[in-house]
Ligand binder design. Structure first.
Ligand code: KG4
Ligand code: ZN
Length: 334
């Protein structure tokens, strides 16, 4: 009954992250080197800069994780790495490092889908109960994922245009806020009233898909029209109204799917899961429902490697192995 240690590596976007998970659910090391400061002045992630940072940071972050855990690479039972989706040049750094470690130390390699990782961050909070529904909201994804068992992912709804986080970041730009805009809008929204009547894209009856580009355009038009009239709308009113519209659609569709699919748990996942307004509303709405709601702590919502190791440990136990010819897959489907 030896303990099972999984090393996770995540480099899909602008965080270089390495973590070690014990027996699937216990974090023994979790190190994240954020590059946000380097990308800020460009207003978004610059892929080439991201790759370079990953090259520079990865061995340092790995050393730090092993140091925190007081373990060595040879103690690992498997190495789990984000295979995709993400920036190809960024993913390649993590994938190649994982392959090199796996080869040099003769350790099994496990490939993890980034979104599966975000969902499995919840397993570090609580044991998962199936069937479940995950609301995945990040910079690149907005999806409702139905899971009837471990490793089974069925996308029942997804965005048709912008992801929720993308809409946050674009609206933040209009309000002259630094990248990434999500946390800034979230903070500002707490201080304003959602008095502007902004659109909500419900789409066809029964659809669990999302669309945020119309909302984004409505915010931009509202700002420009006010400017033309020589007026200025208070930024906190804009932020609160925008956030209300996003939350309304996300929470309403999640609640509806929860009932239709008769799930035992609802999990929140992805960077936008850090949103205070969204967390509060979900808690309120699910308080009266006969379903368990799991919301991870903030450090497990934004990109990290603990979630990759958590997903990797389940896949490892299911017998999944990646070959040493594993490649980065920037457009990987879940
Ligand atoms: O999951 P993540 O770290 O990276 C991706 O896989 O995309 O998500 C990053 C996204 C960004 O768009 C960021 O603005 C958004 O998550 N975000 C937030 C908040 N914190 C991060 N959006 C709204 N409210 C927040 N508090
Ligand atoms: Zn992510």
């Amino acid at each position: 009954n030896k303990d099972l240690y999984i090393l996770g590596i995540e480099t899909s976007c602008d965080e270089t992250a390495v973590a070690i998970i014990k027996n699937g659910r216990e974090i023994v090391a979790n190190v994240v080197a954020s590059q946000i400061e380097s990308h800020k002045r460009f207003g978004g992630v610059v892929p080439e800069i991201a790759s370079r940072h990953h090259v520079e940071q990865l061995t340092i972050v790995l050393e730090e994780a092993l140091h925190q855990a007081k373990l060595e690479i040879s103690d690992m039972d498997a190495i789990a790495v984000t295979e995709g989706p993400g920036l190809v040049g960024a993913l390649l750094i993590g994938v190649n490092a994982a392959k090199a470690l796996a080869f040099a130390h003769n350790i099994p390699l496990v490939a993890v889908h980034h979104i599966a990782g975000h969902i499995y961050a919840n397993r570090l909070v609580k044991e998962m109960k199936f069937p479940l529904l995950a609301l995945v909201v990040s910079g690149g994804h907005t999806e409702l994922v139905y899971m009837k068992e471990h490793g089974h992912f069925e996308v029942i709804g997804e965005t048709r245009d912008d992801a929720a986080g993308e809409a946050y970041d674009k609206v933040a730009r209009v309000l002259n806020m630094p990248y990434p805009g999500g946390p800034h809008i979230d903070r500002l929204a707490q201080t304003g009233e959602p008095t502007l009547n902004l659109p909500r894209a419900w789409l066809e009856e029964g659809s669990y898909d999302f669309s945020f580009s119309g909302l984004k355009s409505a915010v931009i038009n509202t700002v420009h029209n006010a400017e033309q009239r020589g007026e200025k709308i208070a930024p906190e009113t804009l932020a609160a109204s925008f956030q209300e519209s996003v939350i309304d659609v996300l929470v309403t569709k999640t609640l509806k799917a929860t009932k239709e699919y008769n799930v035992k748990q609802v999990l929140l996942a992805g960077g936008v899961a850090a949103n205070k307004g969204l967390r509060t509303r979900l808690e309120q709405v699910f308080e009266d429902e006969d379903v368990e709601l799991i919301i991870p702590p903030l450090y497990l919502c934004t990109d990290n490697a603990a979630m990759i190791a958590a997903a990797g440990s389940i896949f490892f136990e299911k017998g999944q192995r990646a070959e040493l010819n594993l490649n980065a897959n920037p457009g990987l489907d879940i």
